[in-house]
Design a protein around this ligand. Structure first.
Ligand code: R5P
Length: 321
C-alpha cells in the first residue's frame, strides 16, 4: 500500500498525541503519589500541629476570605448590584457608582460583575467584593436558566474577589448544565481558597417560595460544594436552613409594597437561622436607600425586631438618627 505524505503526517501526529498522553499520565501518577503520601502523612500524624503545611495555608485563605464576608458575630449583609448582567440598566441601577455611594458603608460586601467593578468602583474600596461570574443570558432572551460561566479563575484572582457567585436553576431544562457549572466553578475556586456562593432559583413551573423546593436547591448546591447559599424567604423557612449544611442568606426579590414587609421577612429569616441577607432591590429601589439599609443592618447585626427596624427607618428619614 502506498505511503503518502498525508499518511506519514497523520502517523507522526498520532505518535505525538500518544507521547503527550503518556506524559500526561506520568504527571497524573506523580501527582497521585504526592497526594497519597500527604494523605498518609496526615493519617499517621493525626494531630492539628502536624498537618501538611500547604493544607493549612490553603485553608487559611478560604477562612480569611469567609471571615471578611461573614462578620465576627456570624452575620452578614451583602449588597448585590449585579442585576444589570441580565436586566441591563434596570431602575435604580442606571449608574451603579451613584447607587452604591451613599449605602455601601453599611454593607459587609458588595456583589457585582467584573464590568461594573472595573468601570464604576474605586479600586481603593475597602469592602470585600463578591464577583458574579455566571451570565450570558438576558431578560428578553429565550431562557434565563441557560447561563454559562463568564469569568475565568485568573480574572477572579486578578480582581481580588473575596468570593464568587453564580446562579443555580433547579427544576428547569438547564438544571444539569447549571449544576455542572457550579461543580466546575467550585473545583477551580477551591484550588485558590475562593468561596463560591450559589444564587439559587427554582423553575417557574415550581412554586418559587415553597420550602420543599427552596430546601431542595439549597441542599443540592451545598452538596456540590457551595460555601454559602442564597435563597428566597418562604413560610417555614427553618426547613430550608435546617436542610442546608452551609450558611444561608436571604435575597429580597422584587420591591415590596411596604418597608415593613421587608423588615418582617428579614427578621423571620434570621430567627429561622439565616446568617443574613443578599438583598438589593428592596434597598436601592426604595425611596430612602440609606434608611432601608440601616434598618436592615439593625436586624442583622443589632438583633432589632422588625418594629425596631421600622422605628430606625423612620428616624433616619426624619433626620433623627
Ligand atoms: C439577581 O439579579 C441577583 O442574583 C441578585 O443578586 C439577587 O436576586 C438578590 O437581589 P434582590 O434582593 O434584588 O433580589
Amino acid at each position: 500500500m502506498p505511503c503518502t505524505d498525508g499518511a506519514k503526517q497523520a502517523s507522526r501526529d498520532f505518535s505525538s498525541v500518544r507521547a503527550d498522553k503518556a506524559k500526561m499520565q506520568q504527571r497524573l501518577l506523580i501527582h497521585h503519589v504526592a497526594v497519597s503520601s500527604l494523605a498518609n502523612r496526615k493519617r499517621l500524624f493525626n494531630s492539628k500541629t502536624t498537618e501538611f503545611r500547604g493544607e493549612i495555608i490553603m485553608e487559611w485563605g478560604m477562612k480569611n476570605r469567609l471571615s471578611r464576608l461573614i462578620q465576627k458575630d456570624g452575620k452578614a449583609l451583602f449588597l448585590p448590584v449585579d442585576h444589570g448582567y441580565f436586566q441591563g440598566p434596570t431602575h435604580g441601577l442606571e449608574k451603579p457608582e451613584e447607587t452604591i455611594k451613599p449605602i455601601y458603608q453599611y454593607a459587609d460586601a458588595i456583589m457585582l460583575t467584573r464590568g461594573v467593578l472595573r468601570n464604576c468602583i474605586d479600586p481603593a474600596i475597602e469592602k470585600p467584593i463578591i464577583l458574579r461570574v455566571s451570565g450570558a443570558v438576558s431578560m428578553v432572551g429565550e431562557d434565563l436558566s441557560n447561563e454559562s460561566i463568564v469569568t475565568s479563575i485568573q480574572e477572579i484572582l486578578r480582581l481580588n474577589a473575596m468570593a464568587v457567585s453564580m446562579s443555580v436553576f433547579v427544576g428547569t431544562k438547564n438544571e444539569n448544565k447549571s449544576l455542572s457549572n457550579l461543580a466546575k466553578l467550585v473545583d477551580e475556586c477551591e484550588d485558590y481558597g475562593v468561596p463560591v456562593m450559589a444564587v439559587t432559583s427554582v423553575g417557574r413551573e415550581l412554586e418559587k417560595r415553597e420550602p420543599r423546593y427552596l430546601a431542595l436547591v439549597a441542599r443540592i448546591s451545598a452538596e456540590i460544594g457551595a460555601r454559602v447559599v442564597k435563597t428566597y424567604y418562604c413560610e417555614n423557612f427553618r426547613k430550608v436552613v435546617d436542610g442546608c449544611p452551609v450558611p444561608v442568606v436571604i435575597a429580597g426579590g422584587p420591591k415590596t409594597e411596604t418597608q415593613k414587609e421587608v423588615f418582617d421577612f428579614v427578621y423571620d429569616g434570621m430567627q429561622a437561622g439565616a446568617i443574613g441577607v443578599n438583598l438589593g432591590r428592596n434597598i436601592w429601589q426604595t425611596e430612602n436607600p440609606v434608611a432601608s439599609i440601616r434598618a436592615i443592618r439593625g436586624i442583622i447585626h443589632e438583633n432589632y425586631t422588625a418594629q425596631e427596624a421600622l422605628d430606625l427607618y423612620n428616624q433616619v428619614i426624619a433626620g433623627k438618627a
